[in-house]
Design a protein around this ligand. Sequence first.
Ligand SMILES: Cc1cc2nc3c(=O)[nH]c(=O)nc-3n(C[C@H](O)[C@H](O)[C@H](O)COP(=O)(O)OP(=O)(O)OC[C@H]3O[C@@H](n4cnc5c(N)ncnc54)[C@H](O)[C@@H]3O)c2cc1C
Length: 383
Amino acid sequence: MVDVDRYLLKPWEPPEEKLYPVIDELLAAWQATGEIARTEIRVVGHRWSQRSFAIRDFLASNAVPYRWYSADDPEGIRLLAAADAGPDAVPLLLTPDGTALANPSLTEVAAKVGLHTVPQGDFYDDVIIIGGGPAGLGAAVYAASEGLHTVLIERQATGGQAGQSSRIENYLGFPDGVSGGQLTERARRQADKFGAEVLTARQVTGLEVRGPKRVVHFHNGSEIAARTIILATGVAYRQLPATGVDDLVGRGVYYGSASTVAAACVGQHVVIVGGANSAGQAAVFFARHAAKVTLAVRGPSLDRGMSRYLVEQVRALDNLEVRTSTTVTDCQGEFHLECLTLHDENTGMDEVVQASHVFIFIGAAPMTNGCPRASVATTPDSC
Ligand SMILES: Cc1cc2nc3c(=O)[nH]c(=O)nc-3n(C[C@H](O)[C@H](O)[C@H](O)COP(=O)(O)OP(=O)(O)OC[C@H]3O[C@@H](n4cnc5c(N)ncnc54)[C@H](O)[C@@H]3O)c2cc1C
């Protein structure tokens, strides 16, 4: 038996250029995760609870290892009793130092698991970047590498949408593809190396011009300022116009991919909604876990919105059914998703199918207002 974390084929000469930097990079990545990997965070919650899902998703998207316990299983019941936690305390987060956080906010979770949530100062000489997706991380790397005093603010997890991708095949410099997690981790380390500060689990809710300062307001009422703000807030997912869907979000219905629930999809029927690359990637990913995957595509063919390499992967999978000219019109379930209605645009027929999970990838609209739920205040320029 061997335990292989990474391996590499011996690269060409000279080793100073081809071998040592690769090993340095692997060691640095291992060192960076070592501290977190030694800790053991435990989450006790309900499988179909939105709050429990939000915490698991947050930890997973920030690459924080944790153990999950169902509040209905004997070990979950034992942990709740040991922490003297009642039903209102679920989800419960238990940290290695013995702290029990009852139904915590994401900012509390972030601070407890060692993520950086509090800015080092209240004024940054140069730049504040809002949004930690590829665009924001790229801006942080280039700003900090030019010596600018830089802070990046991310409300959920760095990596943004790209961080959710199981395999990105078209990113420059990665001919064999790269997972969103790997890409994010590298970009974060690169930003860190140049001295950019990265805050996680902090939502920006307002912007203000105050004299020469550009002020950013946080959801908890605090603020920081800089001379320049870069908005890299990405997109907001388009909502599926199906009845019953809103009540089941986080309980079988997910916008975007949710790798944390992949294990729960084993042996189940999973529906993916959408006809572009992210839907295709998710369909291929979940086909490895679920008994059956249905890809519901509104358009008449896959070729319109999906890259050819992905169409080929989708078509090669036996447990993946593609239904074109099909929309999801209704989602039903008492405590979680149980079935949904597929409407065939060609025949006009509806079909109710049993499904435990639906993942929605029907596009997104740019957050061109900068910050959602933001009150964008402007005060007169006093200088
Ligand atoms: C599953 C999936 C697979 C994909 N695969 C590919 C692929 O293979 N190839 C490809 O080219 N593209 C792919 N994409 C698309 C690609 O990921 C996006 O184009 C890219 O992530 C956009 O980067 P961005 O930084 O502009 O925005 P985003 O990635 O959307 O990042 C924006 C960030 O800003 C944060 N934010 C927003 N508002 C606030 C606020 N008020 N305060 C603090 N933070 C805030 C968000 O939380 C988010 O992290 C995929 C997308 C998905 C979802």
